[in-house]
Design a protein around this ligand. Structure first.
Ligand code: COA
Ligand code: MG
Length: 300
């Protein structure tokens, strides 16, 4: 489960140390925008060391590394330094189309072979709305690589790409282009059958604002949210954990369909019709609650 994914600047030993006990489901060890150009090499070494020290430890968050974009010329040095440490996934910023995913996947295969890792072990997460090109190519991300595990959206780089002075209006609501980026991410995730990850909430002292944004994200189909500060993690984890009554209802629906067998179309529960979409929704809640498929708890 990846409810919360906490960004940690890759060149900050201090923040890396702190991040491990933040409670985040995943850490995004950043080699990109939070690291100054002059510190890229330091950050690679620091992140590589962190990955090594996490190996063999039982209860660590999933470790994701954000590399520099494919057009920076830094990508292969990034991968050369960190693939050996076997991160769970690579976050690709400024992904501009599905071909970028294929490109990264091929490079990963080479680095995995060099490092003696099984091919395909490292997953890919893609930031797919940081450029106008990425947004317009949203449909192209599907079926390009089995490594793709999640898509996420970013608002800051998109503002820079399109020349928007701000991504929010006077009331604090995202303006249309950014709402579209958010929507395209939800749609692309469903189209690719991967997780949809909501963007960061930069005002890290405003926990009520964060909570509101988390609830909207859960409502609209996101399965997790990126964080920039440890204080945001608990708020995100709580919001993205399904309520016990929702889990119980989902389990009842799954049990009902399981008992009815493969021929079941429409069934009834508590005097209401339930059919295929309800089953898919129930499967989704069960997944979010961390229940293994096929192992339904006994409701008595
Ligand atoms: N990961 C781990 N630890 C973090 C952290 C993070 N993302 N953000 C803050 N901390 C630590 C600080 O180091 C500090 O620890 P200390 O008490 O041991 O010094 C503690 O949490 C409290 O931090 P605070 O003083 O409230 O914030 P700050 O002013 O030090 O940092 C930011 C604010 C925004 C610079 C910082 O949160 C940060 O670097 N966030 C990540 C930025 C990033 O990666 N951006 C790229 C993606 S958008
Ligand atoms: Mg960025």
């Amino acid at each position: 489960m990846m409810r919360s994914l906490l960004f940690v600047p890759g060149d900050s030993e201090r923040k890396l140390l702190k991040a491990g006990s933040s409670g985040a489901d995943a850490l995004i060890l950043d080699l990109e925008d939070s690291v100054a150009q002059s510190r890229k090499a330091d950050a690679r070494q620091t992140v590589a060391g962190y990955l090594d020290s996490a190996k063999g430890q039982s209860k660590t968050p999933r470790l994701v590394v954000r590399i520099n974009a494919l057009d920076t010329g830094l990508t292969d040095d990034d991968l050369g330094a960190i693939v050996r440490g076997a991160p769970a996934a690579i976050l690709l910023p400024k992904a501009s189309c599905g071909a970028d995913i294929q490109d990264l996947s091929a490079r990963l295969s080479v680095h995995e072979a060099d490092a003696g890792l099984p091919e395909g072990q490292i997953a890919i997460h893609a930031l797919m709305t940081e450029t106008a090109a990425g947004m317009l190519a949203a449909a192209s991300f599907a079926s390009k690589s089995a490594r793709l595990e999640a898509v996420a959206w970013g608002a800051e780089d998109l503002a820079a790409d399109i020349g928007a002075a701000s991504n929010r209006d006077e009331t604090g609501r995202y303006t249309d282009v950014f709402r579209l980026a958010r929507s395209l991410t939800i749609l692309a995730a469903a189209h690719c059958a991967v997780e949809a990850i909501d963007t960061v909430f930069t005002d890290f002292r405003d926990s009520e604002g964060l909570e509101r944004e988390c609830h909207a994200a859960v409502r609209d189909g996101f399965s997790g949210k990126m964080a920039i500060h440890p204080d945001q993690v608990a708020v995100i984890n709580t919001a993205f954990t399904p309520a016990p009554e929702d889990v119980e209802r989902a389990v009842r629906i799954l049990a009902l369909f399981a008992a009815a067998g493969p021929g079941a179309g429409v069934l009834s529960l508590d005097g209401k019709m339930i059919d295929k979409p309800h089953l898919r929704q129930a499967e989704r809640v069960a997944r979010r609650a961390g229940l293994e498929p096929g192992s339904l708890p006994d409701l008595g």
